[in-house]
Design a protein around this ligand. Structure first.
Ligand SMILES: [Zn+2]
Length: 164
């Protein structure tokens, strides 16, 4: 069984994501801790870190560079914190974990799609919806995994959609 790991961004904490209610492993990046310094969630976050409910991890530079490069191609305006969040998720998936990015931020959600990483919007007090992706043939409706490019039956280019 592969463990799920929730990656929390600042919006997740502000929206009231409650670390104590989730059974999964939870992580964030140092930049989120910095951003939280000026917010009302500061104490809550520090407590969760002290209690070991949230782990703070800095993703390796090569993973950050990889994300940065792909993000530049999209032309999206993305903060350094967002890039780090994505890089941490990518790093965890390379460690055979199932990262789920928890965020209310559209920029992050779009990036998650770009990298085929599952994400979740905030639902207090825990998480209810996790989006995973699959591909579908727009012509004949056959469903494929995200690594497929063309429909084997009719040759149409597949489109991505959230899995039910
Ligand atoms: Zn088809």
């Amino acid at each position: 069984m592969v463990d799920e790991a929730y990656i929390l961004d600042t919006s997740a904490l502000v929206a009231g994501f409650a670390p104590e209610f989730s059974g999964a492993e939870q992580l964030t990046v140092p930049e989120v801790v910095e951003e939280a310094q000026s917010l009302s969630v500061k104490l809550k976050l520090e407590t969760a870190i002290t209690l070991g409910q949230i782990e703070v991890r800095d993703p390796p530079k090569k993973t950050v560079d990889k994300v940065q490069e792909k993000v530049s191609e999209t032309g999206d305006k993305v903060s350094k914190t967002d890039v780090k969040i994505l890089a941490l998720a990518l790093q965890l998936s390379e460690e055979e974990k199932n990262p789920v990015i928890v965020s209310d931020d559209y920029a992050i959600q779009n990036l998650s799609r770009l990298f085929d990483l599952p994400y979740s919007r905030i639902a207090k007090p825990g998480i209810t919806t996790v989006f995973k992706w699959e591909k579908e043939c727009p012509a004949c409706g056959r469903v494929y995994s995200t690594d497929a490019e063309k429909c084997e039956a009719c040759g149409s280019k597949l489109v991505r959609k959230p899995r039910d």
